[in-house]
Design a protein around this ligand. Sequence first.
Ligand code: SF4
Length: 301
Amino acid sequence: MFVEQMFDIEGLKKAKNAVILAHNYQILPIQNVADFTGDSLELSMAARDTDSNIIVFCGVDFMAETAAILNPDKKVLIPSKEAICPMAMQINADMVKKAKEKYNAPFVAYVNTHAETKALADVCCTSANVVKVVENLDSERVLLGPDANLAWYAAEKTGKEVIPVPQYGNCCVHQAFKVEDVMVARKEHPDAKIIVHPECRPDVQKLADFVGSTSQMIKFVKNSNDKKIIIGTEIGLVERLRKDRPDKIILSLRESICRAMKKNTIDKLVRILSEESNVVKVDNKIAERAKMAIERMFELC
Ligand code: SF4
């Protein structure tokens, strides 16, 4: 990144009382200029707690929507309107209504959903708190969507019946990791620990040494004595850990890239912040109902 761009961003941030939030999967130059980096849960909390007038959300559409829902009086901007999560599109309000009618169970909306879906949820969850949320719900049967692998993970950890809605929803970035990747990694690096995200396939999760959200992976790397760690999640987190922990050997289980996350660039960030464009808006009624599900998540955890 050019030094001038760095000055532009710092100057714009001050002049406009803006804060930059960046997901762990963003390109490194964006993570480097962000005021907060983190996973969906950490960024939701940062969005909830900020005093800034403008939130620049460097992530994908549903994340910026969540920030807008939690901050109806603030301006939320996203660098690229093309940063659209393909998994969030795999579920909609109609599917939730039908599943609730069929199973008569509470619906847990993974935060990776659009506002219309969250508005019908009993509670939201992230990959960092899904176990606590499901555990603390007063029901032995729970609906969860759209990620079927995360639903499997929640069922394993809680012993509850967790029904995925839809049946086979998944994140293409994490679905790309295969059992063979783990087998090859074990053979080539017998001295390494393998850690993966709960959006990975169940058979990959079963073979890993640790399963956790990106923030839990960062903690694992920080607290572990292992010199070599192989990571099964999007490449942005692997690059960040390599930069933060030069004392360790950080490898990727497979180079898996989220194209949606990479739509945001420094140039776009500078432009939308100076123009105050790409404002994220959510219908008031939908936002109010979605906010209740997000706040219930904070209560349950
Ligand atoms: S990593 Fe997967 S869930 Fe996250 S934004 Fe990309 S496609 Fe969506």
